[in-house]
Design a protein around this ligand. Sequence first.
Ligand code: HGY
Ligand code: MN
Ligand code: MN
Length: 410
Amino acid sequence: MYTNLNRIRADIEMLSTFNDSDGEGLTRFSLTKADRGARNYLKNALEKLDLKVYEDAAGSLIGRLEGSEPLAPTILIGSHFDSVRNGGHFDGPAGVVMALEIMRVLKAKDIKLRHSVEFVAMIEEEGGRFGAGVFGSRAMTGQVTYEDLVKHKDEAGISMAEAFEAFGFDPKKIGEAARKPESIKAFIELHIEQGPVLEHEKIDVGIVESIVGIREFRVIIKGRPDHAGTTPMTLRKDALCAAAEVISALPKYASRAEEGTVATVGVLEVKPGAANIIPGKVEFTVDIRSRHASAIQIVQDEIEKKLNDLANLNGIQFEIEMLLSVKPVAIDAEVIKCFKGQADQNQFSYKMMNSGAGHDAMIMASIAPSGLIFVPSKDGRSHCKEEWTDYDALQKGIELICHSIIELGR
Ligand code: HGY
Ligand code: MN
Ligand code: MN
């Protein structure tokens, strides 16, 4: 093996210590104290390798190893280093540690590649703090504006723009994060599977061939707050009852759409929020995913139709605020061929897979050939404290990508 298991374990364990969690698991939101700690750890490790280390205008951390042909397009490798609330220690960091370990191997073995290679630790992929997911890669692909930074706010009402300034970044420069498509040869990510297949079938790695499309939006329903005791049932404009009718219909809408379509309500806020007041305002998030873009639209249309029916029936009002809309993507055939060849040469078993989770690779695929390798998740668990990947299993995925980068980089 070119890669070193002890270094991989040490990186994951060190990154795990940068945690703002109020209880279980890892909470590392972007532009927070925990972000700062993880960022500095990674910066130090990159600077030790004598790489060109910098943060792009979106706040993602980059470490560049020049190739012999500086004008040749660059290979980017990495993943994200933010987490969901009370999440696990491998979702994101597994891919960041992959990139760091490969940079170490390229330097230690003095492997000279024609193409430059960049370590990338993306910011705000989960959208955990500001609700705007795959942010670092959307900025890298020119899809984020200063107005977006003003619009997206955290629970305390702090906008991304304000958080940027407090952290030391200039939000007005966000456009400078965009990369020219011709400057990138490939974006390669390693991620935990976040499902049970690889572990169950005892397969070393997953070679991802497609990633689902995702549509996330917030539904705001306005009814009328009234006294819970004196208002007859026929005179109510109960925002929560209307929301409940929509939410309880989601499983039916998803199952009626193309096979594999899923829909989730992960956040529900009821206002004013007292036992003796009829809810006047309710906000909830909807997350729809499918390999078929048409299926996502069908589910959204059904939701909007239901909301219109409820508005006509009992006078509630509603708004839909779009948070994220990404088309399904196919992973680059050349990159897949390289992964397959290297898996065979290194005797790693592999399975072709579709990703039900969103990843930065699906955004980067809009400007450059992208590749994504999965490593097994224990009991298929993720986005929880139980999230785990055995270090030897993680090392196999890193080793595969290391040999693939050397092949692609020549
Ligand atoms: O939501 C996702 O699929 C990813 O974890 N951001
Ligand atoms: Mn995640
Ligand atoms: Mn992730």
